[in-house]
Ligand binder design. Structure first.
Ligand SMILES: Nc1nc2c(c(=O)[nH]1)N[C@H]1C(S)=C(S)[C@@H](COP(=O)(O)O)O[C@H]1N2
Ligand SMILES: [Mo]
Length: 230
């Protein structure tokens, strides 16, 4: 039996989801795993290096801030902790405390390094033993079950490591990105108690799922016609 965190409800489906403005944005490179590292370190690229890490399978729950949860997702990939220790730390000369995550669709978020070093945080490239699809983060994404969905960045393009906290989101919508967003503490947003956001967000679930589904169907159709023309 899974115990749901405060304010969450189990969902039968695992939809492609996010802020409405991302429904029509898609990753450009989904077949090859390749992303860059930077920030307070010198830039370098990660690709085949991941093969030197231990492959791990993990069953974990996924909690979207809008109150839906998908239980028992079957991920496979690499521990972020091992990734950091083996592939990043040798290039680090300062004390890193903050990580900025950037995606191929323009989405970005951040987390304290200590949150990403938890034992259940993955760089995941498979779901249900299959390579990640366009819907769920191809070719590789972050899975951090103890943080709301919006910290589980899909389509990783770049990971930046910093000694100091950075401002990642500015403007009106910045309140939606809590610096930690821990599900157990109901840290849904950076302003006000989490509980009020349950009610604000849950009315948007259906329309968001529909918008994302429609955008994905159209995009897949376009990919298919392009293929046929070649
Ligand atoms: N690159 C990227 N990552 C993202 C998002 C996005 O729009 N783009 N949305 C976030 C949000 S709000 C949620 S709930 C989850 C949804 O993951 P899913 O689409 O695999 O269900 O992805 C998160 N990571
Ligand atoms: Mo979300």
């Amino acid at each position: 039996m899974n115990i749901l965190p405060p304010g969450q409800k189990a969902s039968d489906i695992f939809p492609r989801f996010g802020l409405p403005q991302y429904a029509n944005r898609f990753p450009t490179e989904v077949d090859k795993i390749r992303f860059s590292i930077g920030g307070d370190l010198e830039d370098f690229e990660i690709s085949e290096e991941l093969n030197s890490l231990t492959r791990v399978n993990q069953v974990s729950d996924f909690h979207c801030v809008t109150t839906w949860s998908k239980l028992n997702l079957n991920w496979s990939g690499y521990f972020f902790n091992e990734f950091y220790t083996k592939l990043i730390l040798p290039n680090v000369s300062q004390e890193i405390s903050f990580v900025v995550l950037k995606a191929q669709d323009g989405y970005k978020t951040s987390l304290p390094l200590i949150d990403l070093m938890q034992q259940n945080v993955l760089l995941a490239d498979q779901l249900d033993k299959q390579p990640l699809t366009l819907e769920h983060g191809a070719p590789i994404r972050i899975v951090t079950p103890d943080h709301y969905g919006y910290k589980n960045l899909k389509h990783i393009k770049r990971i930046e490591f910093y000694t100091e906290q950075q401002i990642v989101k500015q403007g009106f919508l910045s309140f939606m990105d809590h610096p930690r967003a821990r599900v157990g503490h109901e840290e849904r947003a950076s302003k006000g108690p989490g509980i009020i956001y349950r009610w604000l967000y849950k009315f948007r679930i259906k329309s968001t799922i529909r918008d994302f589904e429609q955008a994905t169907t159209e995009y897949r159709a376009k990919l298919k016609t392009n293929d046929e023309k070649l």
